[in-house]
Ligand binder design. Structure first.
Ligand SMILES: Nc1ncnc2c1ncn2[C@@H]1O[C@H](COP(=O)(O)OP(=O)(O)OP(=O)(O)O)[C@@H](O)[C@H]1O
Ligand SMILES: [Mg+2]
Length: 377
């Protein structure tokens, strides 16, 4: 392993050595994918859905019998762009020098592809000639059919899948569902950062994808696992970290993956041989100061009532009954009706979220650093 490299990844995925735990979830997802099940991965924002997919795909990156292809469709605006993204990912995974790659290129030739190269990375992208929705459906169908007939298993992970709800083609869900339901050797992992939209697509009885996938819900990483991981990464780099320091980190970030990773990233970047609770406190202050201007922006973008509700939730950390007399009067929020209106706006702006994946659901502030900033102010 490289030394001097910050081992706390807070953007993207590197390799298993930098990935904490998720053993059970990885095993479960791998088993489902090897058995050809379609899976939907649910979790609150920044908890590690995308990371988990990359982690599960990692051992198969050079496997020619089980081919794992990851696509992020956030930047696509319509079905044709979706198809091009799909085609590009397939094209890049099967080099045209190999037999299967040649066959795939022959298939793409039917759709008169234009190949362009990214100026910075040099990675090619494919643009197929597609004019109508019917043509588009046919193209997707032919691509999947072709791959399904090869002697391989293909697993597509489609990230930010809720983006299809933004396409002008309102029947995208139906088109995709129809195309994929009879595939024998191709399966899918669907995932997205907007839980509400993802639930609408997969858990609404009136919609095409209803009950078509196995749902996996991702929770928080176990505290002891996380502490062991952090300790190991510090020790591997000839540094120490005290138990109090580890406790502080886990409490401060409430074990939310992104916030924990980022905290450790900053702490590690201070290059201290010994890391104590004082260093953790200093790191916390640094992070809050770094983010302060964006928190002031939040404040300016919200109404006074919304801001007061947000502050009340931040102080409580978990709010079970926001319209209760106790909550409304303790924080002088006016009336339950006003609170309801404010909460709806905060939920829509994704500043707070409703954790319904637990026995007693509750509301909390999404951004753990914003929550701490409000508490300290
Ligand atoms: N198990 C893990 N160990 C170490 N770091 C992780 C782990 N899971 C995720 N991360 C880190 O946390 C960051 C956030 O994770 P990720 O992007 O996978 O979350 P997400 O649930 O896909 O977020 P979003 O809802 O925004 O799509 C990642 O950049 C990654 O570096
Ligand atoms: Mg993600």
């Amino acid at each position: 392993m490289e030394k001097e490299f910050n081992p706390f990844i807070s953007a993207g995925y590197r390799e298993p050595a930098y990935f904490c735990d998720r053993k059970e979830e990885s095993k479960q997802l791998t088993q489902l994918m090897l058995n050809g099940a379609n899976v939907t991965l649910f979790a609150i924002r920044r908890l590690g859905k995308t990371g988990l997919i990359h982690h599960v795909f990692y051992p198969y990156r050079k496997n020619s019998k089980i081919v794992c292809i990851y696509i992020d469709i956030l930047a696509t605006n319509n079905l044709a762009e979706f198809t091009n993204q799909l085609a590009t990912a397939i094209y890049n995974r099967f080099p045209p020098q190999k037999t299967l790659g040649k066959k795939i290129m022959d298939l793409f030739q039917r759709f008169r592809p234009v190949i362009s190269f990214d100026e910075l990375t040099g990675i090619p992208s494919l643009s197929l000639t597609i004019q109508t929705t019917a043509q588009n459906e046919n193209t997707i169908g032919q691509i999947f059919q072709f791959l399904d007939e090869q002697n391989i298993k293909v697993v597509f992970a489609i990230d930010e899948f809720q983006q299809i709800l933004e396409y002008p083609e309102k029947n995208t869900e139906a088109i995709l569902r129809t195309q994929i339901q009879f595939l024998k050797n191709i399966s899918f992992i669907f995932c997205g950062s907007n839980q509400k939209m993802m639930h609408e697509i997969f858990n609404s009885a009136k919609r095409p994808f209803f009950a078509s996938c196995t749902n996996i819900s991702l929770g928080f990483i176990n505290e002891n696992e996380y502490k062991t991981f952090i300790l190991k990464k510090f020790n591997e780099n000839d540094r120490t970290i005290t138990d109090e320091c580890l406790d502080f980190i886990c409490k401060f970030t409430q074990l939310h993956t992104f916030y924990t990773q980022y905290f450790c990233f900053i702490l590690f970047s201070k290059n201290k041989k010994e890391n104590t609770i004082e260093d953790a406190r200093e790191t916390a202050l640094n992070i809050l100061q770094l983010n302060e201007s964006s928190y002031f922006q939040y404040k300016n973008l919200l109404t006074t009532s919304q801001w007061n509700i947000l502050c009340a939730i931040a102080k409580e950390e978990k709010v079970y009954q926001p319209q209760s007399k106790k909550f409304v009067t303790t924080y002088q929020l006016g009336t339950p009706g006003l609170v309801k209106k404010g909460m709806d706006a905060l939920l829509k702006k994704e500043i707070i979220f409703y954790n319904s994946g637990v026995e007693t659901p509750y509301y909390e502030v999404y951004d753990k650093y914003l929550m701490r900033w409000i508490q300290y102010k």
